[in-house]
Design a protein around this ligand. Structure first.
Ligand SMILES: NC(=O)c1ccc[n+]([C@@H]2O[C@H](COP(=O)([O-])OP(=O)(O)OC[C@H]3O[C@@H](n4cnc5c(N)ncnc54)[C@H](OP(=O)(O)O)[C@@H]3O)[C@@H](O)[C@H]2O)c1
Length: 369
């Protein structure tokens, strides 16, 4: 098997390369952002034929054939020799590569949720007209993908949320360090902040809608701090089918690369007798405003999700730069969402424009504060 990995220097990218090495997968493409030292080591180890980075100056340092920018990412997402394209870049930078990989008929192992949140309708429409297949890497969706192999359609699907670091206490005056200390998962900074605000779950609700063609009423969320049960499907006869595994992203990554084949676990297996407890709590939209936003995005015309996605990207960046407080992240996103009049975007360019609009609106609001 030959793969191309976009976002190779990130958490998911690094784990993907670990799985590749363990299984003798040939890595023919590596794309990263600005972590050139880490990328250099990966290049030495995997000797890929194609390399891309975010900035032209970094491409020049690395060598004459190194691609850069949006075009570089798209080139690596559409390599004709790649059997699987892993899209693990973070944030809205993943939208175009995902769209183009699908149009090129690639088999896509998709970690980047922002692409479907913003451009789900358009990407899934392309998917229906191409030979492409999307295997979700996101643990909840990878889990649903497995459960939905069951022949009968469920009445409802439930994705779980760990609740993040502030599930048991109110997040008042928290520092960037507090926010980045996730109790269960080791993730990149942006998604760790999204997990703390629960925007990550709101985005996953939208991701589920597009991936599995679900109505808003069919999607539910449960807070489950242990992150052992990743999703549940509810059948009409009252049965609940749950998918469980250790919370280790190597498991869904490996599944996405080899589906439908299963390989030996790269991360040990779950011993239920060692677990003290499995807790589940209602994800009340009144208590968790991000979950409320998730339901709004599910019910609204799709432009709203793209604008919220852009707004979230910008607000999280400002938070990580120390420019806004943690509690302001959701405040500004809600403000932006209320000022937007939803409609159905007709092209991927429209989607990118909406993401930009969301970012610009946050910049304006922060300037006004
Ligand atoms: N981590 C998880 O457990 C997890 C679980 C489910 C889904 N996801 C999703 O998977 C994606 C990646 O998450 P992560 O935790 O791996 O994030 P991460 O550690 O922050 O890694 C992000 C990767 O994307 C690269 N990148 C960012 N902007 C880029 C650009 N403009 N051009 C090229 N490369 C760019 C980064 O490069 P540099 O570091 O070189 O700058 C890095 O390789 C996110 O969409 C996230 O929501 C993650």
């Amino acid at each position: 098997m030959k793969i191309s990995v976009l976002g190779s220097t990130g958490v998911i990218g690094t784990l993907t390369l670990e799985i590749a090495e363990r299984n003798g997968i040939e890595v023919i493409g590596l794309a990263a952002g600005r972590n050139i030292e880490s990328l250099r080591k990966q290049i030495e180890k995997f000797r890929p034929s194609y390399i891309a980075v975010e900035k032209e100056e970094d491409a020049r340092i690395l060598g004459k054939d190194v691609l850069w920018g949006e075009e570089g990412l798209i080139a690596l997402a559409t390599l004709s020799e790649a059997d699987v394209v892993v899209i693990a870049v973070s944030g809205t930078a993943g939208i175009l590569p995902t769209y183009e990989a699908v149009r090129a008929g690639k088999r896509v192992a998709l970690a980047n949720k922002e692409s479907l949140v913003s451009g789900g309708r358009i990407i899934i429409n392309e998917l229906k007209h191409s030979d492409s297949v999307i295997i979700p890497v996101d643990s909840e969706h990878n889990s649903l993908f497995q459960l939905l192999q069951y022949p009968e359609k469920p009445e409802k699907v439930i994705i779980t949320a760990s609740g993040g670091p502030f599930f048991r206490e109110k997040p008042e005056n928290v520092t960037i360090k507090d926010v980045l200390s996730h109790p269960v998962w080791n993730m990149g900074k942006k998604i760790t902040v999204d997990s703390a605000t629960l925007m990550n779950k709101a985005f996953e609700m939208v991701e589920a809608k597009w991936l599995f063609d679900l109505s808003p009423e069919q999607i539910g969320v449960l807070i489950h701090p242990q992150s052992i049960v990743h999703s549940i499907i509810k059948m009409r006869d009252g049965s609940l089918l749950a998918h469980m595994s250790l919370p280790d992203m190597r498991i869904p990554i490996q599944y996405a690369l080899f589906y439908p084949e299963r390989k030996d676990s790269p991360a040990g297996s779950l011993d239920l007798s060692e677990l003290e407890t499995l807790e589940f709590y209602r994800a009340d939209p009144e208590k968790y405003p991000a979950i409320g936003l998730g339901y709004r995005m599910l019910k609204s015309l799709p432009s709203l999700s793209a604008v919220i996605n852009g707004a979230n990207d910008q607000a999280v960046e400002y938070f990580l730069q120390g420019k806004i407080k943690f509690c302001s992240i959701l405040d500004v996103i809600i403000k932006v969402s209320k000022r937007h009049q939803p409609f159905t975007p007709s092209s991927i360019e429209d989607v990118l424009g909406l993401v930009k609009e969301g970012k610009e609106r946050v910049k304006k609001i922060i300037g006004e504060l």
